[in-house]
Ligand binder design. Structure first.
Ligand code: DP6
Length: 361
């Protein structure tokens, strides 16, 4: 089994004066949700997600050799402009990964990042952002130690991304990714995401995700605080065991192409996530009235037309509308006719399953 020690790099030479890399990494949407964690970003339960294709972060990382004075040194740019408020997050990330990447203090970094989705759209950029940064760091590590394998590269990238933001570890490689130990997923690990090992039924190929932007405001409760509230939560143990069960069930569903069961599991997971928030102490609600309006409209449309469309939610008010590619036209028409009125400024983003991070050098 791979352990944390395997990711400590001590076989490198500071052989270069500098360099630069550029990676894009996508966002992902969880089907079985990660909610609750232990120390060091270890998830309380396993999760599984679809990797997205269009919502992504593009990050350039330039580095030049500096004297190792025991400090991290970096400039942070957002769309080419200095962005001081992002710096503490990156500083914390560097601190967390330093034991595994001891070469970080030998260089000065310029990190320039941009998203393909509107800033403050309420779409979490931490998953795509941390994954894109982790890929750049691994490109640098490969420069300093060219012997590392592609498998190690991807596993460690996911491992590092996880230390930045848990769900980011599912944004490295593969269309469907599992993170967290699960008895039926042979290589699964709490330390990094792995590609779903079975062949996915064609019903789920090019699955569509239209993201309805219901509320673009700052969330009242961050994911990090929300995860912490699962400590001592009265339903925590039940919830964690349900996630194991749902992951077994969805594994089967993805293999067999059972869209009907898929809908049941995915919608139940979304509502359970929010039920955990509502039953935390202190309790909180991230859904908005329009989130519920949309859910009810989807249920009505589904029962009237038998179109296999469903929703999921992440830690916010936005709604992800999931459906097979072969009903795309009907669903987009339905969204335009009946749902965009509930979106802030009528905004929504059309996305679909993607493959993971891409090297843009
Ligand atoms: C509801 O990965 O954002 O989207 O590890 O604290 O950065 P941190 O949390 P984060 O939590 C995501 C929670 C979720 C469910 C999921 O993506 O599995």
């Amino acid at each position: 089994m791979v352990s944390e020690k395997d990711f400590i790099q001590n076989n490198y030479t500071i052989s270069v004066e500098g360099g630069n890399f550029e990676w894009s990494a996508p966002s992902n949407i969880a089907l079985v949700k990660y909610w609750g964690k232990k120390d060091n970003q270890i998830p309380a339960n396993p999760s599984i997600s679809f990797t997205l294709n269009n919502c992504k972060t593009i990050t350039k990382m330039a580095f030049t050799k500096k004297e190792n004075n025991g400090h991290f040194s970096f400039d942070l740019l957002f769309e080419g402009q200095p962005k001081e408020d992002f710096k503490p997050k990156i500083q914390k990330f560097f601190e967390r990964i330093f034991d595994y990447c001891p070469y970080l203090k030998d260089f000065h970094f310029t990190i320039d990042t941009q998203n393909t989705f509107p800033h403050s759209s309420g779409i979490a950029s931490s998953a795509s952002g941390m994954a894109a940064l982790a890929m750049n760091i691994m490109s640098m590590e490969k420069l300093l130690n060219p012997t590392i394998s592609e498998d190690y590269f991807n596993k460690k990238a996911s491992f590092l991304a996880r230390l930045g933001s848990g769900s980011a570890c599912r944004s490295v490689k593969g269309s469907v990714v599992v993170w967290g130990n699960h008895t039926e997923i042979p290589e699964s690990s709490d330390l990094f995401g792995v590609e779903f090992p079975s062949t996915i039924h064609e019903n789920f190929r090019n699955y569509q995700d239209t993201i309805l932007l219901v509320d673009k405001g700052e969330k009242q409760v961050s994911s990090t605080v929300g995860h912490d509230l699962m400590f001592g939560h009265p339903f925590a143990e039940q919830r964690f065991s349900q996630a194991h069960h749902n992951l077994s069930a969805i594994k089967n569903v993805l293999e067999r192409g059972d869209v009907e069961q898929f809908i049941k599991i995915v919608e139940s997971e979304a509502l359970t996530l929010h039920a955990m928030m509502m039953t935390s102490m202190p309790y909180f609600i991230l859904m908005k009235p329009n989130t519920l309006e949309i859910i009810n409209k989807i249920w009505k449309f589904r029962s009237e037309t038998q179109t296999p469309v469903c929703f999921t939610l992440d830690a916010g008010a936005n709604v992800h509308v999931l459906y097979p590619e072969n009903v795309k036209e009907q669903v987009l028409q339905f969204i335009k006719n009946e749902l965009i009125g509930y979106c802030q400024n009528g905004q929504y983003i059309c996305d679909e399953i993607g493959k993971g991070a891409v090297n843009r050098n």
